[in-house]
Design a protein around this ligand. Structure first.
Ligand code: 73E
Length: 793
């Protein structure tokens, strides 16, 4: 369609929706109304590609991917949809004609924050790539009423408030009252006539809500199906009429709690009863749904593995194994060992962490009480495994049901998320199972969607790339390699820097409007944004910041490299140390930002409520990316990829995907420091390693003394006594041991930043060489090695 005609049509559609879908008069419409009208007009355009994709999948009776995930961290969708439809400029222009600012309308959309961090965002990137690649797929998850909490600071401390994205209508979803399944909990199991019957004590209904997930250039469109819990029983009018108002709504309240709120824990302690119910709730609904879909066009469930690849995003949906076995045997009369076999051929399991506190283990009594039938099935799976393999690895062990072992034993492939992580999975958590099943573990290094993480969030760089190497890169990201030959070119360098500058200015006005903060755009923007966790070592970054401050104060006339240190991230509400670290960052910021001697060289900014939308503004503006976790602890990281793609240089350890990023961009374009994963393990065996490291480092010693003596908390001098004590006495994450190496490397970063040409060249080579980290490559890997599915283009 000709652009002008398209624009006229879009305008008509927006005005039609404004009037007929929203019941609003143009003159009295708010930004919310405009956003809704624009979104609805765009949503209409997604429906045809969506139907086409579904039709083609049915026609081909194709194998589908089912991606089961407790989390989908989507963020906003308007721009995503506009970009995939290829009419971002038309939308902007149309809104302008209507007297509206497109950017403000876009910013009116709340983030869909149905996830905590990397694991949930990876699921969202995967949906984008599955559609871009034309692979038939469903994402299955929970339609939480409240996504990840909102973070505020009060006196520097994190305060959490409930998030409420559904307070406004979610325009992207279609409610499906006709698609719902019963989900049972508790009760008992009986045997009669050789049949096993589960009699749940309590049943809720899982109801589907579908959102189309459009791929690049709208060539394919899959579905994200999220489940909401609803009561099974009709409203109890009798109780209500008797005056028992609470009693009448009790079943409803009970059911709704299941999909009420996302657990705010990211790789931190989990293990509450409601969480197990959530896991079973969405997994059972998804498995029932995919069986129904299979049976609508096939008759023998023995062929399910040819039509369904079920991927478990960590162990959260690991109950999928026993659930599918249960349905195959108890409902569809397939003999149990055959059911186990069929199930294993359907399941793949992705491990995302080695941290012991994040490995799911349910107390046996709790598990057996809530899922008595599944408990028995797990016993059978375990018996078979023990007999057939001679292994002594048990699923039910020491009073716990271990979901990692269950997922491993029930999957045909288990994958890690970076090369290093996969090797560690083989050596550590699943070392023994790996010996028994040596071919089961494979690697699929994570990736990110370049549509959101470059094309959409970094318009200045997008345009520079388009005018330099053409426009074919967003679904073929390795084409960015063609930028490498311009890395030394002065005029290209100038344009590359100009793009970074524009992004910094956008960030400055955003920060200014939101938090009343500005910064010097010539300063190096040094950013660490991610969940706050001890292993990610925000504390080490902060200690280094204080040490740098000390150094500047001692010699204020030296030509220091000005730095703006940005921190962003949330702490799990129950994670006390992480919350103290947030408090300390804010306390240190207060002192350093008010120091007249250093203010031209050093500033700390910690904007509250880091989320996907904030990442989209921060990352394109960044010069330096902090990826400084203790080696062996960050399974992959994906923020590291986003920064490098947007031309930030990394200071990082040999951890997770940093290792592979460094290989791709070249060691000379990456600031490496710190102990390796095996050195970390060795160092922990040395007695008093932390104290010795502190005593060997006068800089670190001084910084810890400053904190301990209340330099940053004069109103409460002992506020951080326990953190300092922890540094001396335990320091499990080896902040003290890596400190000097980190500090010294930061000084090399300073020198490099002063050499503008060198820095720009390094930055260009980062962008040029990280095309491999597109999630399209990752998904192709899964499709080939694990799912055996094809593109239907
Ligand atoms: O390294 C990241 C990884 O990039 C890892 O910590 C994260 O997953 C990302 C994507 O692969 C992760 N999140 C969780 N485990 N690993 C997790 C665990 C429990 C609840 C919520 C999230």
């Amino acid at each position: 369609m000709n652009t002008k005609i398209f624009q006229i049509k879009l305008k008509q559609e927006i005005l039609r929706h404004l009037k007929y879908s929203l019941g609003k008069d143009q003159g009295h419409s708010t930004p919310y109304d405009w956003r809704m009208a624009l979104s609805l007009a765009m949503r209409d355009m997604v429906v045809d590609p969506w139907f086409d994709s579904t039709r083609k999948t049915y026609e081909a009776n194709a194998k589908r991917v089912y991606y089961l995930s407790m989390e989908f961290l989507i963020g906003r969708l308007i721009e995503d949809v506009a970009i995939n439809l290829g009419f971002e400029d038309v939308a902007r222009e149309t809104m302008r004609e209507l007297g509206q600012d497109y950017s403000r309308i876009v910013a009116n959309e709340p983030d869909a924050a149905l996830g905590n961090g990397g694991l949930g965002r990876l699921a969202a990137c995967f949906l984008d790539s599955l559609s871009t690649l034309g692979i038939p797929a469903y994402g299955y998850g929970i339609r939480y009423e409240h996504g990840l909490f909102e973070q505020h600071f009060e006196n520097g401390q994190q305060i959490e408030t409930a998030e409420g994205w559904l307070a406004q209508r979610n325009v992207w979803e279609f409610e499906r009252p006709e698609v719902s399944y019963p989900i049972g909990f508790g009760g008992h199991v009986s045997e009669s006539d050789g049949r096993t019957v589960w009699h749940p004590a309590e049943t809720v209904r899982a109801q589907a809500y579908d959102a189309p997930t459009l791929g690049w250039q709208a060539k394919w469109c899959n579905t994200l199906r999220l489940w909401a819990a609803k009561p099974t029983r009709k409203f109890d009018l009798e109780s209500f009429n008797r005056g028992d108002f609470l009693g009448a709504s009790a079943p409803e309240a009970l059911a709704r709690t299941i999909s009420r709120v996302l657990y705010p824990d990211d790789t931190t302690e989990i293990g509450k009863e409601l969480r197990l119910k959530q896991e079973y709730f969405f997994t059972s609904a998804s498995i029932q749904d995919l069986i129904r879909r299979f049976l609508s066009t096939n008759d023998d469930l023995r062929n399910l593995p040819d039509k369904a690849a079920i991927q478990l995003n960590d162990t959260h949906p690991a109950i999928a194994g026993p659930e599918l076995i249960r349905l195959l045997t108890d409902v569809h009369d397939i003999e149990i060992f055959e059911a186990i076999d069929i199930t294993r051929k359907c399941l793949g399991y992705t491990n995302h962490t080695l941290l012991p506190e994040a490995l799911e283990r349910w107390p046996e009594h709790l598990f057996a009480r809530i899922l008595p039938r599944h408990y028995r099935i797990i016993e059978i799976i375990q018996d078979q495994h023990l007999k057939e393999t001679g292994s002594n690895i048990r699923i039910i062990d020491h009073g716990n049901v271990n979901m990692g072992e269950l997922a491993f034993i029930m999957a045909h492939h288990v994958n890690g998320v970076s090369a290093l992580h996969t090797e560690l999975v083989k050596e550590t958590v699943f070392g023994d199972l790996h010996k028994v099943y040596p071919k089961r573990i494979v690697n699929e290094t994570n990736g990110i969607t370049p549509r959101r993480w470059l094309y959409s969030c970094n318009k200045p760089l997008r345009e520079l790339i388009n005018s330099t190497i053409g426009t074919k890169w967003p679904d073929n990201l390795e084409r960015l390699k063609r930028l490498a030959k311009h890395a030394d070119d002065a005029s290209f360098q100038g344009e590359f820097r100009a793009a970074k500058r524009q992004n910094k200015e956008r960030l400055i006005s955003w920060l200014n409007e939101r938090n009343g903060v500005t910064f010097n755009p010539d300063a190096m923007l040094d950013v660490q944004v991610k969940r706050i966790h001890e292993y990610k070592r925000q504390l080490m970054n902060l200690l280094e910041t204080i040490a740098y401050w000390n150094e500047i104060k001692e010699n204020p006339t030296k030509d220091w490299t000005p730095r703006v240190k940005v921190f962003g991230g949330k702490a799990a509400p129950g994670y006390e140390v992480a919350k103290q670290i947030i408090h300390l960052i804010n306390d240190v910021a207060k002192v350093i930002n008010n120091d007249p001697v250093t203010k031209d060289y050093l500033q700390i900014i910690f904007p509250p409520n880091y989320n996907v939308s904030m990442a989209e503004i921060l990352i394109p503006a960044s010069d330096l990316s902090e990826q400084i976790s203790t080696a062996g602890k960050e399974a992959s990281g994906t923020g590291n990829m986003k920064f490098a793609l947007n031309g930030a240089l990394t200071i990082g350890t040999l951890d997770g995907a940093n290792v592979e990023i460094r290989e791709h961009v070249g060691a000379e374009n990456f600031f490496l420091f710190g102990l390796t994963a095996s050195e970390v393990v060795e160092r922990r065996n040395e007695p008093d390693y932390a104290r010795r490291a502190i005593e060997a480092s006068p800089r670190l010693y001084r910084v810890l003394n400053q904190i301990a003596s209340g330099v940053f908390s004069p109103e409460e001098t002992h506020r951080y006594g326990s953190i300092v004590q922890m540094m001396y006495e335990s320091d499990y994450f080896l902040v003290t041991c890596d400190f000097d190496s980190y500090f010294d490397t930061q000084r090399k970063v300073d020198e490099a930043y002063k050499d503008t040409k060198l820095w720009t060249k390094m930055a260009i080579l980062n962008t040029a060489n990280v095309g491999w980290f597109s999630s399209d490559r990752t998904i192709k890997g899964y499709a080939k090695d694990i799912w055996h599915t094809k593109s239907l283009y």
